[in-house]
Write a protein of this length. Structure first.
Length: 61
């Protein structure tokens, strides 16, 4: 049986990952999330790198 990738819950989480990364990451990492462990690692790295880059841009100008 194939798992549906684009469920309503995931689409909402993707929206939050783009427009509010910390809250989106919370939705990915919470206990009852439907994301697999590997997906959680990938999204954590993407959000972390994005936030670090944003901070560096703000500091460096």
């Amino acid at each position: 049986m194939m798992e549906e990738v684009f469920t309503r819950e995931r689409m909402i989480t993707y929206f939050w990952l783009i427009f509010a990364p910390p809250f989106g990451l919370y939705r990915v990492l919470r206990r009852n999330s439907e994301f697999r462990r590997s997906e959680k690692w990938v999204w954590t790295m993407i959000v972390g790198i994005t936030l670090i880059t944003l901070v560096k841009l703000i500091i460096a100008g």
